[in-house]
Design a binder for this molecule. Structure first.
Ligand SMILES: [Zn+2]
Length: 312
């Protein structure tokens, strides 16, 4: 079955006008439940990262500052949320959830985190709404525990995964692929194993063409036994920060293509959500929900419209 990591702690209270649409963490599960894409049985409550697990990836100094709430103002501003103990706790659950998703993906083919994809977190600092780097922590745990030997990160967030690139620069067992807007944050992009920078305004056809040209070759070349897929929806034309031009249908086709390709190659996929900053939060929620719908369709033959049980 489709295992989905979710916890109330994922939702963090932010000021109403904050750029990060926290309400999506309530709206996504609610919508999926209401429409029958999932039931409450699909959810699992993730555990929390231990300090030792954090230190597989982050520096002692950074962790100490987080633990003691002693980041400088500048360091906190780079992250973009008010720094509190709750925010740090939240990050610990989200990152462990991504690791647990990888383990479930090995069992069921796919598993999804309602949060995660915090790819702007570096070993020694956070930025761009990212405190801990969940995919890198999860990768390091999998490798350390011999639960994966070769990992492919497919990062399709519109922003380059600078934290992933930096943390995994000297880790040959993790191949980081990032396809993003070339003229967008982060403006200094440490090299991933493969970076594809797209021009502003790139639309569905061109985007999907590049992805289809790249992904099968990449999977053949890397030969991974685990994939992390960052399925951010800030590639939408409606996104305030994105600058690309994908439609909802294009974004869904992207997700379907990644899952179909991974499934055909029989490689487990752990999916993390990443960003989405459309003016109307509806656009963000709908696009994220499409990723869950696609997983149910492709892996579990659960196709919409869903029959409502107990109704004629
Ligand atoms: Zn992003």
């Amino acid at each position: 079955m489709l295992k989905i990591a979710y916890s109330d702690v994922f939702r963090y209270a932010v000021p109403e006008k904050h750029r990060f649409p926290m309400q999506k963490y309530i709206m996504i599960p609610e919508r999926l439940l209401d429409e029958g894409t999932i039931t409450s049985d699909n959810f699992f409550a993730p555990k929390r990262l231990s300090e030792a697990e954090i230190l597989t990836t982050h520096t002692e100094e950074y962790w100490h500052k987080l633990k003691t709430q002693t980041l400088t103002r500048k360091e906190a501003r780079a992250i973009g949320f008010e720094m509190t103990e709750v925010l740090v706790e939240r990050g610990r659950y989200i990152a462990h959830a991504t690791y647990e998703c990888a383990l479930y993906a090995k069992k069921y083919g796919v598993a999804m985190n309602v949060a995660g994809g915090t790819h702007h977190a570096f070993a020694d600092h956070g930025e761009g709404f990212c405190v801990f780097n969940d995919v890198c922590i999860a990768s390091n745990l999998l490798l350390m525990r011999d639960e994966a030997k070769k990992i492919l990160v497919i990062d399709l967030d519109v922003h380059q995964g600078n934290g992933n690139a930096s943390i995994m620069a000297n880790e040959p067992r993790v191949f980081v692929f990032s396809m993003h807007g070339t003229k967008n944050y982060p403006f200094r992009k440490p090299p991933s194993d493969l970076d594809i920078g797209l021009e502003n305004g790139t639309g569905d056809a061109e985007y999907l063409r590049v992805l289809q040209e790249t992904l099968p070759l990449l999977i053949a070349q890397v030969n991974p036994d685990m994939i992390f897929y960052q399925s951010a929806v800030d590639v939408l034309a409606t996104d305030k920060l994105g600058k690309l031009g994908l439609t909802q249908a294009g974004c869904k086709a992207r997700d379907e293509y990644v899952m179909q390709t991974a499934k055909a190659a029989d490689i487990p996929v752990a999916i993390v959500m990443g960003g989405g900053y459309s003016e109307d939060v509806e656009d963000v929620v709908e696009a994220h929900c499409n990723t869950f719908r696609a997983a149910q369709e492709i892996y579990f033959n659960k196709v919409r419209p869903y029959a409502l049980e107990g109704q004629d």
